[in-house]
Design a protein around this ligand. Structure first.
Ligand SMILES: Nc1ncnc2c1ncn2[C@@H]1O[C@H](COP(=O)(O)OP(=O)(O)O)[C@@H](O)[C@H]1O
Ligand SMILES: [Mg+2]
Length: 239
């Protein structure tokens, strides 16, 4: 059940694609300033879960409550305006626009008046993007493009940041950098729900985790109680 302190509450969520039911009644909460990692094998419904919160996919049953408001079935743009901002797996940058232009677009709908201040902040999180601010996004490496996608989400002053595999397809050096940035966002008070296959990254930044399996939440808990022993988690996810 939703507690007053949970910013997001997912209750009994069912999602199907045609006849195929991918989520079969999942429940979880995210508290303000918490970082929660969604783990699970390929195809376990992690992206579907985020896409349903964002309003890109309609659930067949269940409820999503954000900051006390039932957002189930609301249009994506309305959910975005409330401050739920997703960085999807495909990143969706404008390839022929510059880094700075891509970033500024992130602040246009939410946070228009705060754009200059937020841009300066994003360049502090990502000094590399400041150096490349006049380059077209398509000329960046995958890791740098992921930074633009993250930075663009931060421009919107999100109340809940949804990250879908921020380390996906990136070289180890970039995975570390992305991890450092997520940690910095967290230290600055961000609330994050993050899908991540890289357990080292997930457990480095997350307070709590849930595991999706067979369409339900099969396990979950506080990262600190694992005390660095992830073998059972790996088994729960993959075996
Ligand atoms: N738009 C879609 N139409 C039909 N099936 C889909 C669609 N999106 C995802 N699926 C299927 O739903 C299941 C869960 O997908 P997804 O949520 O992307 O999993 P994950 O992100 O955990 O890898 C997979 O079997 C996938 O093939
Ligand atoms: Mg996915």
């Amino acid at each position: 059940m939703a507690t007053p302190e949970s910013l997001l509450s997912v209750e009994g969520l069912h999602v199907s694609y045609g006849a195929k039911e991918v989520l079969r009644g999942i429940d979880y909460q995210v508290a303000e300033r918490e970082v929660v990692a969604v783990l699970g094998a390929n195809g376990s419904g992690k992206s579907t879960s985020l896409n349903t919160i964002s309003g890109f996919v309609a659930p067949s049953a269940g409820r999503i409550v954000f900051d006390g408001t039932d957002i189930t079935g609301l249009a994506g743009h309305r959910i975005y305006r409330l401050g739920v901002v997703q960085v999807s797996q495909s990143r969706d940058l404008f390839p022929f626009l510059t880094v700075e232009h891509n970033l500024r677009l992130g602040g246009v709908i939410r946070n228009r008046r705060g754009i200059e201040g937020r841009l300066a902040q994003v360049f502090e999180y990502f000094p590399r993007l400041r150096e490349r601010r006049t380059q077209q996004a398509r000329t960046l490496s995958g890791g740098e493009q992921q930074m633009v996608a993250l930075g663009r989400a931060v421009m919107a002053n999100p109340r809940l940041l949804l990250l879908d595999e921020p380390s996906g397809g990136l070289a180890p050096q970039f995975i570390n950098e992305i991890g450092t940035i997520i940690q910095a966002l967290k230290d600055d008070g961000a609330t994050i729900l993050m899908v991540e296959q890289n357990l080292a990254l997930a457990f480095k930044v997350a307070d709590r985790f849930i595991i999706l399996r067979d369409g339900t939440v099969s396990d979950g808990g506080f990262v600190r109680t694992l005390e660095g022993n992830y073998d059972d988690i790996v088994r729960t996810i993959y075996l």
